[in-house]
Design a protein around this ligand. Sequence first.
Ligand SMILES: Cc1cc2nc3c(=O)[nH]c(=O)nc-3n(C[C@H](O)[C@H](O)[C@H](O)COP(=O)(O)OP(=O)(O)OC[C@H]3O[C@@H](n4cnc5c(N)ncnc54)[C@H](O)[C@@H]3O)c2cc1C
Length: 339
Amino acid sequence: MKSFAYSRATSNAQALEAARARGTQFLAGGTNLVDLMKYQVEQPVTLVDINHLALTEISQIDGGGISIGAMVRNSDLANHPLVRTNYPLLSQALLSGASPQLRNMASTGGNLMQRTRCYYFNDISFSACNKRAPGSGCAALEGYNRIHAILGQTDKGPTSGETCIATHPSDMCVAMAALQATVEVEGRGGRRTIPFAEFHRLPGNDPSRDTTLREGELITAVTLPSAKFAKNAFYLKARDRNSYAFALISVAAGLEMEGTTIRSAGLAMGGVAHKPWRIPEAEKALAGQLASPENFAHAADILLHGAHGYEHNRFKIELAKQGVVRALTVAAQGTSEVA
Ligand SMILES: Cc1cc2nc3c(=O)[nH]c(=O)nc-3n(C[C@H](O)[C@H](O)[C@H](O)COP(=O)(O)OP(=O)(O)OC[C@H]3O[C@@H](n4cnc5c(N)ncnc54)[C@H](O)[C@@H]3O)c2cc1C
């Protein structure tokens, strides 16, 4: 690990002031950043510790939603009574991730900002990685691409400076996408609110950028709108091991039901793209329809439209389709008690 300077912020203003210096990164739980520093993928000049900021509250907001401070730990969020009762989809997604020890450290802001688990990004002995070394190419395209993207990727060949087939790894974010959260940020230019769909980005012609957060900006909170899917929610995660493993594919499904008819739906997938994958047309196609296998399969087809895989991950396309149908079917049957 390269040596770095460390400072501790006790107010947002202090953190923002410290972040003016080039090469500064915020340190939250450190469960992703410190690993990447050890691998020399990240080499910050200064770490600004934000663990002492007053960003640890979960509170109700006007209009019926909730605000989640950026330093709320994943365990506290998953187990908070308001979240368990009103947003079980979020609890389920969080509890499917990592391990209890990691969830005790991992923060809401850090989870939003965690980087891809692409093997070629995480190992600097591979020289071709457009995300880590812009313009160097993409080793995953013709390498071992089992965990990689099937949707929204930039694929112009292994030597193109734009190709990136990495996926976004978070479970929490898939639920937040389906719940249509918003991200509150504070920067030198003031505060702004970013709709969740616009927070993470597709690789486009700059795979090095995962999000639309500007340099030096601090995530202060995530807000969720009033709960619609408490009674009918299910987070499905398909992975190689039953714990301590990232999703091959995941599906966050929330339904607002009137008898057997769907009033509205929230639907997003993880493990398939550079960002949580949500196509509002798939949700619209479910609204006003019967909760039936045919209608669920139709929504899955909309979500998976244009999917294409590679040597080791083509199986994901069918797995994702079946996963969407299964998640919607279980959601329609009613939310189970969160473990
Ligand atoms: C073995 C292992 C298994 C895992 N399995 C899963 C899994 O199955 N599912 C899953 O979803 N995740 C999984 N994770 C990832 C884990 O959820 C993330 O590492 C964690 O959420 C990151 O949060 P953190 O607070 O530790 O962030 P840090 O590591 O402290 O920071 C990560 C990044 O976020 C930035 N950052 C942090 N807070 C802010 C803020 N408020 N504003 C702006 N930038 C900020 C940091 O500067 C850094 O760039 C796993 C991790 C490990 C090590």
